[in-house]
Design a protein around this ligand. Structure first.
Ligand SMILES: [Zn+2]
Length: 135
């Protein structure tokens, strides 16, 4: 299956999952699964940012956890977090048009976050301790 999925899309999914981690995996308490997953994703993205191919490893990681699998497959279908894809009343879930929302990126290239509502503040990248910029 990974042959059909582009490396860029897998990397985009990994960056966006870091931004959505709390919704998808749960609150990142110390030593929790979310913290461990965030650390592994960031480590693989750091390797990817040096030009190495980590698509297979990221793909396997994102598919291996039941909490991330559905989100990840949705991202692969639409190129964005599945909750941002409007569902048409007549169609199957996730068949609608993507919603356009402001997007923010870590300058270090390892995290993407989508602003769902106007009052939300962009999170900071826990790896680089940087505020995310509009991108
Ligand atoms: Zn970062």
């Amino acid at each position: 299956m990974t042959d059909e999925v582009g490396q860029d899309l897998v990397l985009d999914a990994a960056r966006a999952l870091r931004g959505d981690l709390e919704q998808v995996v749960g609150s990142p308490e110390p030593h929790s699964d979310a913290v461990e997953l965030d650390r592994r994703l960031a480590a693989l993205l750091a390797v990817a940012n040096t030009g190495s191919d980590v698509k297979e490893e990221l793909h396997d990681l994102l598919l291996s956890d039941t909490k991330t699998r559905g989100w990840y497959l949705g991202f692969l279908s639409h190129g964005m977090p599945p909750d941002l894809v409007l569902t048409r009343e007549s169609g199957p879930p996730g068949s609608g048009e993507p919603v356009s929302v402001p997007k923010f990126c870590c300058p270090g290239g390892d995290m993407t976050w989508y602003r769902r509502s106007v009052g939300q503040n962009a999170p900071r990248c826990s790896i680089h301790d940087l505020a995310l910029d509009p991108c």
